[in-house]
Design a protein around this ligand. Structure first.
Ligand code: SAM
Length: 215
């Protein structure tokens, strides 16, 4: 079997950047140890694929920092049987991690070239449970709703109402909300028919576009 030359770096990433910072869910750590992050970065960024930060992926967009990918996934509390929506496919790396954690993943990307590239890599890696859709993810993806988890990987000025509408009972929505430069992570949960919101750590994401994004 061919050796993955990045395996050692990947295991170190999980140990030093994720587990040591307190994220210990074994299913999450296994997903992060398994998904080859270097396949989702452009060739000129390969040397930094497992570094502790976001990286450019073209079109002014980024692949998020590994810790942020892990933290947002952890906050979703996904069951292996769950159905998930991601808004902002970007490189497809976060969708791949979600694909390891849940039964079905729908991810929406507004930039067609990024959607095409992510779809290609996900297919090459054999992710048969991840569907890449083109469009405005600030409207969610009603065709496959409701979702047990929704993750928004771009900064919203406010929580988009269609995403709350598409959340299943017991479902959780994780997203950055705030200004264009700085946001806080918010976690929304639908419990007993009511919506509850918790506020989390400060983050800095690229802006969400579309109907409920930044004009
Ligand atoms: N999750 C990605 C990954 O693993 O590489 C990183 C996402 S990147 C930080 C944010 C992405 O959201 C960009 O690719 C951007 O084009 C996309 N985006 C912004 N607004 C969007 C919208 N309304 N609908 C769908 N995608 C959107």
């Amino acid at each position: 079997m061919e050796m993955d030359p990045y395996e050692r770096e990947r295991l170190r990433m999980v140990e030093e950047q994720i587990a040591r910072r307190g994220l210990r869910d074994p299913r999450l750590l296994t997903a992060l140890r398994t998904v080859p992050r270097h396949r989702f970065v452009p060739p000129e960024e390969l040397d930094w694929a497992y570094s502790d930060g976001p990286l450019p992926i073209g079109h002014g967009q980024t692949i998020s920092q590994p810790y942020i990918v892990a933290l947002m996934t952890d906050l979703l509390h996904l069951a292996p049987t769950g159905r998930v929506l991601e808004v902002g496919t970007g490189s497809g790396y976060q969708a791949a991690i979600l694909g390891k954690m849940a039964a079905e993943v729908h991810t929406v990307e507004v930039i067609p070239e990024l959607a095409r590239q992510a779809e290609k890599v996900l297919a090459e890696l054999g992710f048969a449970n991840v569907w890449v859709h083109r469009g405005d993810g600030s409207l969610g993806w009603p065709e496959a709703a409701p979702y047990d988890g929704i993750l928004v990987a771009a900064a919203a000025p406010d929580v988009p109402p269609p995403l709350l509408d598409q959340l299943a009972e017991g479902g959780r929505l994780v997203l950055p909300v705030g200004s264009r430069g700085f946001q806080e992570l918010q976690v929304w949960e639908r419990r007993g028919g009511k919506l509850h919101c918790e506020r989390g750590i400060p983050v800095a994401f690229v802006p969400l576009r579309g109907e409920y994004g930044w004009k």
